[in-house]
Design a protein around this ligand. Structure first.
Ligand SMILES: Cc1cc2nc3c(=O)[nH]c(=O)nc-3n(C[C@H](O)[C@H](O)[C@H](O)COP(=O)(O)OP(=O)(O)OC[C@H]3O[C@@H](n4cnc5c(N)ncnc54)[C@H](O)[C@@H]3O)c2cc1C
Length: 572
């Protein structure tokens, strides 16, 4: 490592080049501010690119039951019910009201939405939705929208520091004044000083072993924020998607059922008739995932624990038009052509409902630090997210939070540089200690253990004794990780070093998930406890907050913002 310290200065730094980060960057740039994006991968490799099924908006282009027309209120109702009443209704209202104009804005920027015969944007039915509300670009919606925003960012020549891994936030007397990042290519730490920092770093699905998430979804933003003393919210709520490809757990979009696909057990039964007689295969994800697991328990799954998703009834033409990516994935990764055979599927981790605690404007409790998108918990998804609402959240809140940043930055004084050199030094020392370590532990074994623990102890069904064992195992892994040594001691292009930095954060997040899950003695949305099978509004209609002080995790709760929808029993 050379002696030279590189420090960059911007008014606003955005960490993350997915849909949230790119949308926010456009907004800040167009308001005339100096902004840069930092991303650990090229922005087009962000997990947003993998989104398949679509984005919800009550455009009303396709009629609902008995010819009825959709509205933002219907969208809000479905979202709140889907969340098992844990979502903050003011945030939900905002998102649903903004949705139609957001889809059209993307269209104007260049997104090629699929069309109806009459030329309007097509909409498909999705789980837990009372209307066909999900706008899509075949089954490659994330690819299409991310490329749209990336082109816009490039057209404006907004600086992007890609393959820069953020290692810490700078906290200067109750204010966030930037971050440090490791340049992957050269192995050097850079300092970034800014008036405002936006976290747009995505989910943490990779703490589990069966996951649809990209390998980079390690929740770095959440662990960086936790270390900076900001609480995380509702981290125990983790979504398991019912249909991931057996063997690799690549996502098979809910759009496949939206288009008419059905789920079958080994006896050829359409088993969802048993669990959700009205919504059937299009009940929300938590309900369908649990139903499939129940089929496994009752020995009605196929050997190896999977069921079949049958889309043959759609016919070749429709499959090729609406679900070409799903067909390709099934052929490439399972050797199955869904035009002629059913797809083998099983549930897998898919989405992180919890995240960085923010208010409706994306502000955290630390001045100058904001969060939006999957890494944040604003909270529009509560205990269970509806499909199609997350892509929507990224672009709606990417824009709205950027607007707040623009407002705030005008008031913020230019931060002093003095602390940044110290934080760079701390990051340097941390990395040097890892490189020099002669410990005997292997990080990949620890990662496997963590994945196994999270999946078996904090999966679809949870109960006290096994969760307590899980938490104690996580603590042991936290001890072990300090004794890892790297085989590759080079600073440059060191993948193992980045994986280890990620894993250190993942162990912290897993502890937060575990604590929240153990303390929440009820079942709500994705959090299903076999020892407390009912929802308990009297004691648990509240958000979990976990904060780190020194080495301790401090738990508190905050009220849910209810609004026009009173909590009811959730039946589908
Ligand atoms: C397979 C799949 C399909 C999906 N399909 C849909 C769908 O059809 N509809 C829907 O609504 N939702 C869908 N979702 C969910 C949705 O795609 C995501 O929630 C959303 O795209 C997340 O966007 P984001 O901008 O918050 O984060 P991401 O797109 O995950 O981007 C995170 C960014 O943060 C950067 N980053 C992270 N850590 C660091 C660090 N330490 N240093 C620097 N940079 C860092 C990364 O480089 C990346 O650029 C799907 C999810 C998956 C996994």
């Amino acid at each position: 490592m050379g002696d030279k310290v590189v420090i960059h200065r911007y008014e606003v730094i955005i960490i993350g080049g997915g849909l949230t980060g790119l949308r926010a960057a456009l907004q800040v740039f167009d308001a005339g501010f100096d902004v840069a994006i930092i991303s650990k991968v090229n922005p087009l490799r962000s997990h947003s690119v993998a989104a398949q099924g679509g984005m919800n908006a009550s455009l009303g282009n396709v009629k609902g039951p008995e010819g009825s027309i959709d509205s933002w209120k219907n969208h809000a109702y479905d979202t709140v019910k889907g969340s098992d009443y844990l979502a903050d209704q003011d945030a939900v209202e905002r998102m649903c009201r903004e949705a139609p104009k957001t889809v059209i804005e993307l269209e104007h920027m260049g997104t090629v939405w699929s069309r109806l015969e009459n030329g309007k944007i097509a909409q498909r039915p999705f789980g837990g939705a009372g209307f066909p509300r999900t706008c899509y670009a075949a089954d490659r919606t994330g690819h299409n929208t991310l490329n749209t925003l990336y082109e816009q960012v490039n057209a404006r020549k907004i600086p992007i520091y890609d393959e820069f891994f953020v290692t810490s936030l700078i906290r200067d007397q109750g204010r966030c004044t930037g971050c440090t990042a490791l340049e992957f290519l050269k192995g050097e730490i850079h300092g970034f000083v800014a008036k405002a920092v936006l976290m747009a770093t995505g989910g943490f699905g990779r703490i589990f072993n069966k996951s649809t998430n990209a390998l980079i979804n390690t929740g770095d933003g959440q662990s960086l924020t936790l270390r900076a003393g900001v609480p995380l919210k509702d981290m125990e709520f983790v979504q398991f998607h019912p249909t991931t490809l057996y063997g690799t757990n690549i996502l098979i979009t809910e759009g496949a059922r939206g288009e008419g696909g059905i789920l079958l057990n080994k006896d050829g039964e359409r088993f969802m008739e048993r669990y959700a007689p009205d919504s059937l295969d299009l009940a929300p994800r938590d309900v369908v995932a649990r139903s499939i697991e129940e089929e496994f328990v009752q020995k009605r799954g196929f050997k190896g624990d999977y069921v079949q998703l049958d889309i043959r009834l759609l016919g070749e033409e429709r499959i090729m038009e609406r679900l070409p990516g799903i067909r390709q994935i099934s052929m490439d990764f399972a050797g199955v052509d869904p035009i002629t055979e059913p797809i083998p599927v099983q549930p897998g981790q898919h989405y992180s409902m919890g995240g960085i605690d923010v208010d409706i404007n994306g502000r955290t409790s630390l001045e100058g630090l904001y969060a939006a998108g999957e890494c944040a918990c604003v909270s529009v998804h509560g205990a269970n997210r509806l499909g199609g609402n997350s892509l929507l959240e990224t672009v709606v809140f990417g824009r709205l939070v950027a607007d707040k940043i623009i407002e705030d930055v005008k008031e913020f004084a230019t931060p002093p540089k003095k602390l940044v050199e110290k934080v760079i030094k701390t990051s340097e020392d941390h990395i040097e200690a890892i490189i020099q370590s002669k410990g005997l532990e292997n990080q990949f074994n620890i990662k496997d253990m963590l994945n196994q623990t999270m999946t078996t102890k904090f999966g679809i069904f949870r109960k006290e004794d096994s969760m307590l064992k899980g938490l104690s195992d996580i603590k042991k892994m936290q001890e072990k990780i300090s004794k890892v040594s790297l085989k590759n001691k080079d600073r440059k292009l060191n993948h193992a070093l980045i994986r280890l930095l990620e894993l250190q954060g993942m162990l912290l997040l897993s502890e937060v998930v575990a604590i929240g899950a153990i303390k929440r003695k009820e079942s709500r949305g994705s959090h299903k406890r076999t020892d407390y099978p009912e929802r308990d509004d009297e004691n648990f209609l509240k958000h979990t907050l976990v904060k780190r002080e020194e080495e301790d995790m401090i738990v508190s709760y905050s009220p849910v913002n209810l609004g026009m929808f009173e909590p009811e029993e959730r039946v589908y």
